[in-house]
Design a protein around this ligand. Structure first.
Ligand code: SF4
Ligand code: SF4
Length: 427
């Protein structure tokens, strides 16, 4: 065996049955074995044996969304996430050897400086808000200035969330007491991109938790969850961020650590996977991971003070990471059903990824749009008025799907928290 860093042993759990093929979005759209879970596992196995060059592994691994839908349907419980992670790390190591100094500095700036830096991200969010509210956005659209941008930037510009400017952005306090007899003591995980571009969803999440009977603490020492670093194969950087979060939260005796971000939540519940065999960190990471839950898990156990009916046809697009990694499936559905007036219609093939997958839609724009177009075929079969999401990445991607289909006046895309807050008569 020539590459001991690849998860070789894990590849033997695959019995090549092919049950995972119809669940895999890249296999469904590309119809090639090398872009299926089974094919990728095989490639990692032969690469670990030294019978395949790493360059031949590159495209199949890079094109994987990391949605982990294959794990859920696999009868032998193949740990695909672990196999994928090892391949990404090995490929990144190889890529770095041929990277220019400038490319390496940019990558380090993005992962080490920008993502974990709250001030820098806040400035970016305020910048977007200024662009949207100063009239610049209208001018850029009217004068067709945006047409000079590459296609993918034009697309994302159209679906930018309404960012909050400095005056509207609520300064986070450290402590928010329950509005009635406290049931749970919660530590709230804000996330980095979430607290920048979707800060109002975090604000509403905290308010809902308070209304439902939770004391909520937002600790300042928390940092980025490390999901984007992990998906890129930057395992050391991911471990660094994980240690900072574990250290920060373990100082408090929280019943749960709660977030409203499907993708980040999936990273947080798997921190223990990062420290196998590490005598100092493995147990601490396991304790931390166990306390992490999506907000729907908490709200589903409590009751919310609904004030108005939402008389609309609603569908739910689950976040892959929330369903397949966090295994949070029924709670968001229960909560949607609990809203007065709601008519929930199940989205056909709801478990198929929407093509967002972290920054997959930025890096592999065309493939991601192909997957999104498949998703929109399902949406058009049921013509909902509202699509509910639970992750900022899925949220933007579904907005993009609606925009591409010319349905922006017919369908609105909302985060579950926004829908619950609306029914509770909040802001
Ligand atoms: S990953 Fe699981 S479902 Fe897919 S071929 Fe292997 S054993 Fe079968
Ligand atoms: S993680 Fe998703 S895209 Fe990747 S092999 Fe599994 S099902 Fe396919």
């Amino acid at each position: 065996m020539t590459n001991a860093k690849l998860a070789y042993e894990e590849t033997f759990d695959c019995v090549q049955c092919g049950y995972c093929l119809p669940a895999c979005p890249t296999y469904v759209t590309m119809k090639t074995e090398t872009h299926s879970p089974r094919g990728r596992i095989n490639l990692v196995k032969v690469a670990a044996e030294g019978k395949l060059s790493l360059s031949e592994l590159e495209d199949p691994i890079n094109m994987c969304l990391g949605c982990r839908a294959c794990e859920v349907v696999c009868p032998t419980n193949v740990q695909y996430g672990k196999i994928l992670e090892s391949a990404k790390a090995v490929l990144l190591e190889e890529k770095k050897k041929g990277m220019s100094k400038r490319a390496r500095l940019f990558q380090a700036f993005f992962f080490d400086t920008m993502l974990p830096n709250k001030k820098m991200l806040k400035a970016a969010g305020v910048g977007v808000a200024a662009y949207q509210k100063s009239g610049l956005e209208t001018i850029a659209r009217k004068t067709k200035l945006l047409n000079t941008l590459p296609e993918k930037l034009q697309s994302f510009e159209k679906v930018l969330p309404d960012a909050e400017g400095l005056s509207k952005r609520k300064k986070r306090k450290t402590y928010y007491p329950a509005k009635n007899e406290p049931v749970f003591n919660i530590g709230f995980f804000t996330g980095c991109v979430m607290d920048t571009m979707f800060s109002s969803i975090n604000t509403k999440s905290i308010e809902l938790l308070q209304q439902a009977g939770c004391d909520v603490t937002v600790i300042k020492e928390q940092t980025c969850c490390g999901a984007l670093q992990n998906h890129s194969g930057e395992l050391d950087k991911t471990r660094e961020l994980a240690k900072r979060n574990i250290k920060a939260f373990e100082q408090y005796d929280f019943d749960f650590v709660v977030n409203s971000i499907g993708g980040c939540g999936a990273m947080l519940v798997e921190y223990d996977h990062l420290f196998h065999g590490d005598s100092e960190w493995e147990e601490r990471a396991r304790r931390f991971s166990k306390k992490n839950v999506d907000i729907s898990v908490i709200l589903n156990q409590l009751s919310l003070p609904y004030k108005k009916a939402v008389n609309e046809v609603v569908t739910y697009q689950p976040s892959c990471h929330m369903s397949n990694v966090q295994k949070t499936v029924r709670e968001p559905v229960n909560l949607i059903k609990s809203i007065p007036g709601i008519h929930l219609v199940e989205l056909p093939q709801k478990d198929m990824c929407c093509g967002s997958a972290g920054i997959y839609n930025v890096i592999h724009y065309e493939k991601s749009m192909e997957i999104l177009d498949e998703k929109m075929k399902s949406v058009k079969k049921i013509t909902p008025k509202v699509i509910v999401t639970t992750n900022p990445g899925c949220h933007l991607q579904m907005k993009l799907g609606v925009e591409r289909e010319g349905l922006t006046n017919e369908i609105r895309v909302v985060h579950l928290v926004e829908l619950l807050a609306e029914a509770c008569g909040m802001g």
